[in-house]
Design a protein around this ligand. Structure first.
Ligand SMILES: CC(C)(COP(=O)(O)OP(=O)(O)OC[C@H]1O[C@@H](n2cnc3c(N)ncnc32)[C@H](O)[C@@H]1OP(=O)(O)O)[C@@H](O)C(=O)NCCC(=O)NCCS
Length: 326
């Protein structure tokens, strides 16, 4: 079973600072922040109006609180945002307004290195939580996509204690074969960050190695043939059962390199990825953490609005681990 204690210990050793733009209006975020502080998993910055924290719980005043409306760094942030977005047509006036938005405010603080990472999305859609990061922080390589994965773990009779990463379940609606290769590579990077040792990648579809024809199986087979990474086993196109169940793999794809032992599942599009992770969570009673955003220059992570306090704690630890050393 995925070892959250080990994850927390590794995050603790990095001593990173995570900013929470929803702290001012999300009770689940506040509960998570208290746990993060108690377990010393990371330092925290709460975004919001001081008076809202006093009303809710005076003990919150021990944390660093930054109010976008009164922050002494406001003019620096406005200038930074304007400089980054003026070529896209942003005016100084628009920058001034956007800086008071908690998601833009927190993202700018991450971009400037005042916080090491951001966690949001308990109260907002993926587009609202992530668009500032896609516009301001951007990906490590120009023109490359960012993507997202879900960490899935729990007890299951078929996959036993195998920890899975599913991608892309949160960001890219219909990736091309080349984008799927990028998504797989970024998911491997995430797997390394969270401490997975074995990595078996399956490019999924409704066909196992040519058992059915169509554009989607073809796209997944192409992606599988283009993907190459040292010490990572890859196969595709595969159906979910051929990827996860050894007995099915023996029957359907006896020559598969994975033999039903996949733990990194790459989906053809956002619908299939998003539906599958929710099915595993709701029907399979598995833990689902994410979306973990991959490929950005600095870590900004999203949450599902249905997340629990523990999900926020785990995603914050992952965010701390994604942060690069200064
Ligand atoms: C990612 C997403 C939010 C972008 O939103 P959008 O309103 O369409 O934004 P735009 O297309 O105007 O893009 C905004 C910026 O983000 C960048 N961007 C968008 N998608 C990106 C991606 N996958 N990787 C990297 N950058 C991306 C664009 O290049 C653009 O940058 P620019 O303004 O500097 O040119 C959108 O693709 C989306 O809604 N995806 C699905 C999310 C979702 O609903 N998930 C299901 C629930 S988890």
């Amino acid at each position: 079973m995925f070892d959250t204690k080990k994850l927390f210990a590794r995050a603790r050793a990095k001593n990173k600072t995570i900013i929470f733009p929803e702290a001012g209006f999300s009770d689940r975020t506040i509960e998570a922040v208290k746990i993060l502080h108690k377990k010393k998993i990371c330092n925290v910055i709460l975004v919001g109006d001081e008076s809202s924290f006093i009303i809710r719980d005076k003990s919150l005043l021990k944390f660093t609180i930054m109010n976008p409306k009164t922050c002494p760094l406001k003019s620096k942030l406005v200038k930074h945002l304007y400089t980054k977005r003026k070529e896209k047509g942003m005016t100084m006036e628009e920058a001034e307004n956007l800086v008071t938005d908690p998601y833009y405010f927190a993202t700018l603080l991450v971009d400037l290195g005042i916080a090491d990472g951001m966690v949001a999305g308990a109260e907002a859609s993926t587009a609202r939580a992530l668009k500032p990061a896609l516009q301001i922080i951007k990906t490590g390589k120009k023109g490359q996509i960012a993507s997202s994965s879900f960490l899935i773990f729990g007890k299951n009779e078929v996959i036993k204690n195998r920890t899975l990463l599913l991608a892309d379940c949160g960001l890219n609606v219909c990736p091309t074969a080349d984008e799927l290769v990028t998504i797989a590579n970024q998911t491997i990077d995430t797997a390394k960050i969270i401490g997975l040792e074995e990595m078996n990648v399956a490019f999924l579809s409704y066909s196992s190695k040519g058992s059915a024809k169509g554009e989607v199986p073809e796209k997944m087979a192409t992606a599988a043939s283009k993907f190459s990474r040292p010490a990572v086993v890859c196969d595709g196109e595969l159906q979910l059962d051929s990827a996860l169940c050894a007995d099915v793999a023996k029957l359907k794809v006896p020559n598969s390199k994975i033999q039903g032992n996949a733990n990194i599942l790459i989906f053809p599009d956002l619908s299939s990825g998003n539906i599958t992770y929710k099915a595993m969570q709701i029907l399979g009673n598995m833990n689902a953490i994410g979306p973990i955003v991959q490929g950005l220059k600095k870590p900004v992570n999203d949450l599902s609005r249905g997340c629990s306090v523990q999900d926020i704690v785990i995603l914050s630890a992952i965010t701390a681990l994604q942060a690069k050393e200064n």
